[in-house]
Write a protein that binds this ligand. Structure first.
Ligand code: HEM
Length: 286
């Protein structure tokens, strides 16, 4: 039984490896780049980010199909065969240059970190699946499912206020970016694009520059979203702006009404903790 499974992997080694490699770039890597750029668009203001998120949600009922076909299934495929490769379940026919051994190890380590980070991130923002009981009894008590697409900046920003969460995201995103940038370089070897040591060295610089650029985009996304609502006044202002945008777009039929995509209203100012309320009142009186 086990040997037939083994022989399936061995027999189809070439095809599986090529699909695994291709999948890392298209659609997974391409999606990751677009996702980070859309998130970083928050540095242009909460309205820009909200508009970009709404453009994605205009797909309506098609969105889950598109997400599963072009994002979740390819990531799962790449991750499952990534773990098989790491576990040595497939012959290692790749001969990377000797000096690049540490990068070979880091590629595997960052793949594993990326897997756990992506699972955590999708749980934290979306709660994995949108089943009422699952969301109510499991996701919400564990602090997951915090993102609401119709209040994109305010809900994502609130979810990123905790310093531990920011550190986890910074580590996870750095691992993903390294994995993609170094993966581009190993892809060039897999597909025979750069074969001589000289060409591989040049490709290293290009992939390194791409990684640094994407790291900058990632930092803008993470810290931009967090900073957009890092005090109660900003949060209220952003939330009011988002609510107005959504009402307008629903009225014009640009987006569809959907209570699951809207955040719970913020507590009214009268509900604020007494100490904060007092100091604000006395500051105003002074
Ligand atoms: C952010 C999501 C991910 C992206 C964008 C991505 C992208 C890539 C790319 C472009 C490659 C290079 C393929 C090649 O060398 O031909 C690669 C390789 C690899 N990936 Fe991923 N990957 C992701 C997530 C994962 C996950 C979750 C795992 C699970 C452990 C994983 C495991 C691997 C492994 C083991 C390799 C090396 C394959 C080899 O050397 O033959 N990746 N990845």
């Amino acid at each position: 039984m086990d040997s037939s499974r083994q022989s399936f992997l061995v027999r189809n080694d070439f095809l599986i490896r090529r699909l695994h490699s291709l999948c890392g770039l298209i659609p997974v890597g391409a999606y990751m780049v677009v996702h980070l750029i859309v998130n970083a668009s928050v540095i242009n203001g909460a309205a820009t980010f909200q508009n970009n998120v709404l453009n994605i949600h205009k797909l309506g009922a098609l969105l889950p199909l598109v997400e599963w076909t072009f994002i979740f299934i390819p990531i799962l495929f790449h991750a499952i065969f990534g773990f098989v490769i790491i576990a040595g379940g497939m012959p290692n026919t790749h001969n990377y240059p000797y000096a690049a051994n540490y990068r070979y190890t880091l590629q595997r380590a960052t793949g594993v970190i990326a897997f756990f980070f992506i699972m955590l991130h999708v749980f934290h923002m979306h709660g994995w699946i949108h089943n009422e009981s699952w969301l109510h009894y499991v996701v919400e008590p564990l602090g997951g499912g915090q993102f609401r697409p119709y209040n994109a900046t305010s809900t994502a920003g609130e979810a990123l206020q905790n310093v531990v969460v920011v550190v986890l995201y910074a580590v996870g995103i750095t691992a993903c970016v390294y994995h993609l940038a170094n993966g581009l370089w190993t892809m060039g070897i897999t597909w025979g694009v750069w074969t001589s040591p000289r060409a591989q060295r040049r490709a290293s610089y290009v992939c390194g520059a791409f990684g640094l650029l994407l790291m900058g985009v990632s930092a803008a996304a993470l810290f931009g979203i967090r900073a957009a609502v890092d005090d109660p006044a900003k949060l209220r202002q952003v939330r009011a702006q988002e609510d107005l945008m959504i009402q307008t777009k629903i009225a014009t039929g640009e987006v569809q009404e959907n209570s699951h995509k809207v955040a719970d209203p913020l507590p009214t100012e009268g509900d604020a903790p007494a100490a904060g309320g007092e100091s604000e009142t006395s500051a105003a009186a002074n």
